[in-house]
Design a protein around this ligand. Structure first.
Ligand code: MG
Length: 259
């Protein structure tokens, strides 16, 4: 797939996006999905979704979430309320489909979505997929995991290391779809000209630490970075579907940051 480039370039910064999803080594299907496409103002809408529900339901839930988000956000997005309401609509559509069809009843998905502009970032998030801000010498987690193990870690009952390997790390405390309403975490921050945004599903972070991600991100960019992360996850057993989306400044034009 070719990187998608936003039209224009008003303040000299152009973003590019890259995404891949891998089934992993243990799962029969890939229930993850991702979305990346331009929005007006030299920005991009990007998202990852990790379906849960078994059989066809997980795949259907992640697909529906991204389709709804894509439709509901539109091309002109000015405020985060629009992004949050699109996520809310995705929840309702998946919930209603689950109510109509026994085979899909109870289906759900994580949904980590963002609209990134050269100077601004909006995130709306439910579940245990993640958004990271990649900076030159450190990274910032922009989302918290809505999983039982992560809740226990935040309450002080587990260390981060214990939480990563805890048997309840896959038990989600918030998810899109199974209930008629869902609480959505929203964040809006200013975005530096060299900042990079990484979204990923738990198939990556179950086997890679933040330091692993930082180490790769300092050396690599674009598809080379995504492929290195997925390769490392596969080398560590690749037990789950792995999805990674990256939005970064296009350094082929404008100033370089040494990558
Ligand atoms: Mg997963």
């Amino acid at each position: 797939m070719r990187p998608v480039e936003a039209a224009g370039g008003g303040n000299g910064i152009t973003l590019r996006t890259f995404g891949r999803s891998h089934r992993g080594l243990k799962r029969p299907n890939n229930e993850d999905a991702y979305l990346m496409r331009p929005v007006a103002g030299e920005g991009f809408l990007v998202a990852v979704a990790d379906g849960v529900g078994g059989g066809p339901a997980g795949q259907e839930a992640s697909r529906m979430a991204l389709e709804t988000l894509d439709d509901a956000v539109g091309i002109e997005i000015k405020d985060i309320a629009r992004l949050a309401s699109a996520v809310s609509l995705a929840n309702r559509r998946i919930y209603e489909s689950g109510q109509r069809d026994d085979a899909l009843n109870g289906m759900g998905t994580t949904l980590t979505s963002a609209v990134v502009f050269p100077g601004r970032l909006m995130v709306a998030h439910v579940g245990d997929s993640r958004a990271y801000q990649l900076l030159d010498d450190h990274l910032v987690r922009l989302t918290i995991d809505h999983s039982l193990a992560a809740e226990m870690e935040r309450a002080g009952g587990l260390t981060p290391e214990e939480a990563q390997h805890h048997p309840n790390r896959n038990v989600l405390t918030r998810v899109i779809g199974p209930f008629d309403r869902v609480r959505i975490d929203v964040t809006e921050i200013s975005w530096g000209s060299g900042d990079r945004l990484l979204l990923c599903t738990d198939g990556l972070t179950a086997v890679l630490s933040d330091d692993d991600i930082l180490d790769c991100s300092r050396r690599l960019s674009g598809y080379a970075l995504i492929d290195a992360l997925i390769e490392l996850a596969l080398n560590r057993g690749g037990p789950d579907n792995i999805t990674v989306v990256l939005a970064e400044p296009d350094e082929s034009e404008g100033d370089s940051h040494g990558r």
